[in-house]
Write a new protein. Structure first.
Length: 311
């Protein structure tokens, strides 16, 4: 496996983008987003592939990216393909993951993101044998294609004893997964929001996990933890205790997150995952996303300033 190591010149080492999973309309959606300054896009699918062949979709996407680059001189890229379902309980969804991995080359990326799946009638640790059996051949095929696999840490409202869709929602599970399948090209699509939803301190977690090299990709989503509600009502009142937020509106200090990533040699992408913020949604969705984009660029250091050249 090769490890991406783009230059820091112009912040090419850490691009800020968004999710663009709009099925057959993905290329048109990306065309409308590009003027706002998004630098990358994760093209993600929910449980099944679009009706349009992936190769044809890739061609349409490249045409849009090329036209924008010719017009502006700035080229956005596809960071990754994502397929989200439960491939441990649905063979067709596992095959869809494989199809995405094989299509990465067409889209010009080297990263696949998704969930490993879950056996939903048993605890997370009881899914490990099935996980290793299902994903070992997929990981080998991905390695042959020079593609890395990043499992997202979303719990999908599941628990340790009754997981839903995804066993990769806690550090304990990650350790078990990496022991069960110690492949260099399997890692994490880390998102602080999902850890905050479990009342985990994302900064402390990132300081531990960033040096491992297992963080392959980030979803840009934050959270607001309502500690006053927790202190008054506890965890079982039925009242919301965490809201998912666009970066810049939640509790995370993304300057710290980006600093920790760069201190540990991270090279890659932060792609904003929208459509969850309770305030900046519907007709304010893109307002929230563009605010998050500009906020994350500020946390990255603002405009890139080259060193003076002394003759």
């Amino acid at each position: 496996m090769t490890t991406p190591s783009p230059s820091r010149l112009g912040h090419q080492d850490l691009r800020i983008g968004t999710l663009a999973g709009k099925g057959d309309q993905t290329a048109d959606y990306i065309a409308q987003l590009l003027p706002h300054g998004f630098e990358s896009f994760q093209i993600n699918f929910w449980q099944e592939l679009p009706g349009k062949p992936l190769k044809a979709l890739a061609q349409e996407v490249h045409e849009v990216l090329d036209a924008h680059a010719q017009k502006t001189g700035h080229r956005a890229v596809i960071s990754s393909l994502g397929m989200f379902g439960n491939p441990l309980e649905n063979a067709a969804q596992l095959e869809a993951c494989v199809a995405c991995i094989e299509a990465c080359e067409d889209f010009g990326c080297k990263l696949f993101a998704g969930w490993p799946g879950a056996l939903e009638d048993r605890p997370v640790d009881a899914s490990m044998d099935a996980y290793a059996k299902a994903w070992a051949p997929v990981a080998r095929r991905a390695a042959d294609a020079d593609v890395r696999i990043a499992f997202e840490n979303c719990d999908m409202h599941g628990t340790w004893d009754r997981p839903r869709f995804n066993i990769a929602h806690s550090p304990r599970a990650w350790e078990m997964m990496f022991d069960a399948l110690p492949e260099d090209n399997i890692g994490l699509e880390w998102e602080p929001c999902h850890q905050m939803n479990s009342l985990i301190d994302p900064i402390a977690q990132l300081r531990k996990w960033a040096p491992t090299g297992k963080i392959f990709h980030l979803h840009g989503k934050c959270a607001t933890v309502m500690w006053d509600v927790i202190k008054h009502h506890g965890l079982r009142s039925g009242k919301p205790i965490v809201y998912h937020r666009h970066p810049g509106f939640g509790d995370c200090n993304w300057t710290d997150i980006i600093s920790i990533l760069r201190l540990n040699g991270y090279r890659g992408f932060i792609d904003i995952e929208g459509w969850h913020d309770p305030v900046y949604k519907d007709d304010l969705e893109m307002t929230g996303q563009v605010h998050a984009l500009n906020y994350l660029k500020h946390c990255r250091g603002g405009n890139y300033v080259p060193e003076p050249k002394i003759q």
